[in-house]
Design a protein around this ligand. Structure first.
Ligand SMILES: *Cc1c(COP(=O)(O)O)cnc(C)c1O
Length: 402
């Protein structure tokens, strides 16, 4: 087993060697600009078309419905700002949710400064949006619902089919940031009534700096104002010379994800379950964050009572994981997702996100269980509160759904 162990696959994933091998010729012999009208250009254009097919196939989209971008952040910007601007004469209202990725939330805040109205739906203790609240939030000026497919911190999967049905019934466009879900669970844009979908290659063992936005071309055909203007690439929706090696790698990553999903999902799920079972068997005062069942296969987010997440991460110097806090200037802010779920602040600060993926092993899981147990026990030994905790007490909502 190689150290450090990488359990942070929600942040990024290692590029699959088969993806690297597919990309390499496109830096050298096949370096053409896919817009050029000669042999070098045609070769690049053919490779881009094949990739567009592979990316589309993974989510049930046609090749012409895939717009390549620099990643999910750009896709979110293009979807939300692009719809808001193009359909401005039809409405001014957008619905999203409090647990979204910052790329979505900050686009919405930007639009609020430009005169749009935004409804931030709350989430329940599991991180799930409430469909009745969604229905009630829609008015006749609502342009877009933007709700993520699966949460990047707690892994909670949203009821996409129901959201898509509601959007369809009310004639509202439905955008989903599916960055964490694509390749980790089956997603079909038509079956879920999704009109716009953001994704990125580096979360599914592809390269960084390349992503896509799916834009529905069928009932309804969605149009967008571009955020990047120029030579009219990607149907005028996203100008700029295409990142051919990146696109080829993204295509390969999607092809591998689709072909391997039937084997990979149970593999990653069983590793995650082994980690969860191991930790809960070894330690008390743990709380599972996120939905107990409607959750990404590789996600485990746990609040360790009486422990500072940052101290735990520091102690786990040979294990790569993320905490439930973000460092803003000087203070530690609890994650906006855990806050939106109503988790107590001390528990949010004691939360750790484990993200398992394709290349993790049982041996690594067992090692991490041992290391976490060691560190949590050591830190609790230093905590005066842990020694004085009420007998039989459990953190609020602890072991919910377990
Ligand atoms: C990682 C992530 C993003 C950002 O993707 P980039 O390609 O790095 O811009 C957006 N949304 C979610 C849900 C993510 O997990």
């Amino acid at each position: 087993m190689k150290l450090p162990v990488y359990f942070d696959n929600h942040a990024t994933t290692p590029v699959d060697q088969r993806v690297v091998d597919t990309m390499l010729p496109f830096f050298t012999e096949q370096f053409g600009n896919s817009a050029s009208k000669h042999a070098f250009g045609w070769e690049a254009e053919a490779a881009v078309h094949q990739a567009r097919k592979n990316v589309g196939s993974l989510i049930g989209a046609a090749p012409k419905e895939i717009i390549f971008t620099s990643g999910a952040t750009e896709s979110d910007n293009l979807a939300i700002k692009g719809v808001a601007e193009l359909y401005r004469d039809r409405g001014d209202h957008i619905i999203t949710c409090a647990a979204e990725h910052k790329a979505v939330l900050d686009c919405c805040k930007f639009l609020e400064r430009h005169g749009y109205r935004v409804t931030y739906l709350p989430v329940d203790a599991y991180g799930t949006v409430n469909l009745d609240k969604l229905r009630a939030a829609i008015d006749d000026k609502t342009l877009l619902i933007s709700i993520m497919a699966a949460n990047n911190e707690v892994g909670t999967v949203q009821p996409l089919t129901e959201i898509g049905r509601i959007a369809g019934e009310r004639g509202v466009l439905f955008h989903t940031d599916a960055t964490q879900a694509v390749g980790k669970m089956p997603i079909d844009v038509a079956a879920c009534g999704i009109h716009l979908l953001s994704m990125t290659a580096h979360k599914l063992h592809g390269p960084k700096g390349i992503g896509a936005l799916y834009v529905s071309a069928r009932k309804p055909r969605v149009r967008l104002s571009p955020t990047i203007h120029g030579g009219g690439h990607e149907g005028g929706m996203r100008s700029g010379t295409l990142n051919v090696p990146g696109i080829v790698g993204f295509g390969k990553a999607c092809e591998l994800a689709r072909a391997g999903m039937a084997a990979e999902l149970p593999h990653v799920t069983s590793l995650r379950d082994r980690l969860e079972t191991g930790l809960f068997a070894q330690l008390d005062e743990l709380h599972l964050n996120g939905h107990p069942t409607e959750r990404l296969c590789g996600n485990l987010n746990v609040a360790f009572g009486y422990v500072e997440g940052e101290s735990l991460i520091m102690g786990l110097n040979d294990v790569a994981v993320s905490s439930g806090s973000t460092c803003t200037s000087a203070a530690l802010e609890p994650s906006h997702v855990l806050k939106a779920m109503g988790l107590r602040e001390d528990l949010a600060h004691g939360s750790i996100r484990f993200g398992l993926g394709r290349f993790n092993t049982e041996e690594e899981v067992d090692y991490v269980v041992r290391r976490v147990e060691e560190e949590v026990t050591r830190l609790r030994g230093l905590s005066p509160l842990y020694g004085k905790r009420p007998a039989g007490a459990r953190p609020a909502a602890a072991t919910a759904g377990k």
